[in-house]
Design a protein. Structure first.
Length: 165
């Protein structure tokens, strides 16, 4: 990374751009630009942010962004390929524990574990209730059927009897 930083610094000086001017134009602090030019990777929390800063700086200086990006990726490969898998896994596990600790604990912001409602028993009761209502409705319709008026009830035809319930 020191070589990349040196290259960027030489390009900046060659273009006659001051560190203050580059800082203003790129909306980055002078300290960040100095750390990039010095190759100080540890000054940046996130390596992806550093990569983006290097690309923006290279583009600003009119350099070949693809070439510089490849050099940065090679640097990162050399640096990260020396890290063992177990170290990466330990760091990942500790990061998840740290994230849990950082969460704000408030009754209003906590995510509560919700128990799943058993749907099968509720569905069975609902279907049973609908069936009982259907049977009740059919029984009510059958029993409330009006009696038919026959000739026996009418008598000689002059009298008409009506049955009401």
């Amino acid at each position: 990374m020191k070589e990349i930083g040196k290259y960027l610094k030489q390009a900046r000086i060659k273009n006659g751009v001051s560190l203050e001017e580059a800082s203003e134009d790129l909306n980055m602090s002078m300290i960040q630009l100095e750390n990039i030019e010095d190759g100080n990777v540890r000054a940046f929390k996130d390596i992806f942010t550093l990569r983006d800063y290097v690309k923006d700086y290279a583009k600003y200086l009119g350099l070949n962004v693809n070439k510089l990006s490849d050099e940065f990726n090679d640097f990162m490969f050399e640096r990260t390929s020396k890290i063992s898998v177990s170290t990466v896994m330990e760091k990942k596990e500790s990061a998840t524990v740290d994230e849990k600790k950082k969460q704000i604990s408030s009754p209003y912001t906590q995510i509560k574990d919700r128990k799943e409602i058993p749907l099968k028993p509720i569905l069975g009761v609902l279907i049973g209730f609908v069936l009982i209502l259907l049977i009740f409705f059919i029984m009510n319709k059958v029993s409330s059927k009006e009696p038919t008026i026959t000739d026996e009830l009418l008598g000689n035809g002059s009298e008409y009897y009506e049955f009401t319930y």
